[in-house]
Design a protein around this ligand. Structure first.
Ligand code: AMP
Ligand code: GLY
Length: 418
């Protein structure tokens, strides 16, 4: 099979590693990719969100399957354009990507499908929104309806914070059109977990669950990031609980999407809050998480390529998918300054030594080659990932891998999985 993988982060590096092992792979192109992926495929200098250029390339190269990593090309209609050109795409249509692109769409679908979620209201005007939060009081959650680069959710602990968020989003339009409307919802309390599944129309096959570590600082302090580490499985959320959650949180959504004439084919990422009254849906993403994908995919034993092809063709029931029972831990190394302005250009060494630790894989993200040596070029730079029989062992291996990396500007959390 001729495959085009889209993206350039650690998630896509992990996907490329799985795809490149497939006996069914003929050629792997990666757009735009990163230096870590050079041994796995051919890098193509097309941006991940340049949907038209991606599809033109796929046509020219007679690609059999497009595998999108991030959400931006999906929300921009990559899958639809592929399908119109007769190319299979392992990601949802633009209409189905609204599950990530619009918070109010997701809440509507959840309500229609009977999926437990926080009570909510949608507003387009500041005055009624302000009156609503004054009636409800804090804590309360304010969300820009559209995609806001992970910054559009404000969990307001006080009424003042809630009011400021409403004015910021609706009146001052600090997220532009993504904030043309807002969702205000009840604040859920509990532990968060992320559930992942391969989905195709009405079918869902469990991938696994993970816990992300979103804050930059140890002990969950400081600003939010794209994710500083992940563990899989999360404590007290094993295989049975995951299967049960798939029945409650994902399968009814898939049926509702089929009923609406916009079936979902892709990877679903359901963000759940484990509350005292059971799991509740926080949000869906229409793709793998990063760094969750790295922690999940290093445990994949079966061939990813036929699974993604089957998913794209609505034949998921025929795919055989197998993960090891091991635990895994992924630790992100970011550049000093992240999530603000990262320090770039520092030399990175020791990846091979890290990967010599049993069970360890290192995935690259914000890296570049300068005079043939590897340097940092972005915020999140490496994910050091380990699997082992127990969570403690996986954690020890991951940090042994981290210790082998030599990079003066690297920062990481020491408490992933503690
Ligand atoms: P994002 O991934 O940017 O959409 O941010 C969502 C984050 O906001 C989640 O990971 C939760 O930590 C938090 N969050 C969202 N909705 C709620 C809610 N209803 N109650 C409590 N926390 C929430
Ligand atoms: N790590 C969270 C995300 O990928 O959205």
């Amino acid at each position: 099979m001729r495959v085009l993988l889209v993206g350039s982060g650690g998630r896509e590096h992990a996907l490329a590693a799985c795809l490149s092992r497939s006996p069914e792979l003929e050629v792997l192109f990666i757009a735009p990719g990163n230096p870590g992926m050079v041994p796995l495929g051919t890098l193509v200098p097309i941006a991940a969100d340049d949907v038209e250029a991606l599809v033109a390339f796929a046509k020219e190269q007679k690609i059999d399957l497009v595998v999108p990593g991030p959400e931006a090309p999906l929300v921009a209609g990559l899958s639809d354009l592929c399908v119109s050109e007769g190319i299979a795409c392992a990601g949802p249509s633009q209409a189905a990507s609204a599950l990530e692109g619009s918070k109010s769409f997701t809440k509507d679908v959840a309500d229609a499908a009977g999926i437990p979620t926080a009570r909510w209201e949608r507003f387009e005007e500041a005055e009624p929104a302000l009156a609503f939060v004054r009636r409800r009081g804090a804590p309360i959650v304010i969300k820009a309806d559209g995609l806001a680069a992970g910054k559009g959710v404000i969990v307001a602990q006080t009424l003042e914070e809630a009011e400021a968020a409403i004015i910021d989003i609706l009146t001052d339009r600090s997220f532009g059109e993504a904030g043309a409307s807002i969702v205000i919802e009840e604040c859920l309390v509990g532990q968060e977990v992320s559930l992942f599944a391969f989905c195709s129309d009405g079918e869902a096959v469990l991938i696994g669950a993970a816990r992300d570590h979103k804050r930059i600082g140890e002990g969950d302090t400081g600003p939010n990031t794209g994710g500083m580490g992940a563990i899989s499985p999360p404590p007290h959320f094993g295989r049975d609980a995951q299967e049960q959650a798939l029945d409650i949180m994902v399968r009814p959504m898939l049926a509702e999407m089929v009923r609406r004439g916009t079936p979902f084919r892709g990877i679903i990422f359901a963000g759940l809050m484990l509350t005292k009254s059971g799991p509740k849906l926080i949000e869906y993403n229409v793709r793998f998480g990063d760094p969750e994908a790295q922690a999940l995919l290093i445990r994949l034993e079966s061939d990813l390529l036929p699974t993604l092809k089957a998913l794209a063709e609505g034949q998921l029931a025929k795919a055989s998918i197998c993960f090891t029972d091991e635990a895994s831990v992924s630790v992100v190394l970011a550049a000093k300054g992240y999530p603000g302005t990262p320090v770039k250009g520092g030399a990175i060494r020791g990846i091979a030594r890290a990967e010599a630790v049993p069970g360890v894989s290192v995935f690259q993200a914000g890296t570049a080659l300068q005079n043939n040596s590897l340097v940092a070029s972005g915020g999140r730079v490496l994910t050091v990932c380990a699997k082992a029989a127990t969570p403690a062992e996986a954690r020890a291996r991951a940090y042994e891998g981290v210790a082998a990396i030599e990079w003066a500007d690297g920062i990481f959390r020491r408490d992933i999985g503690l």
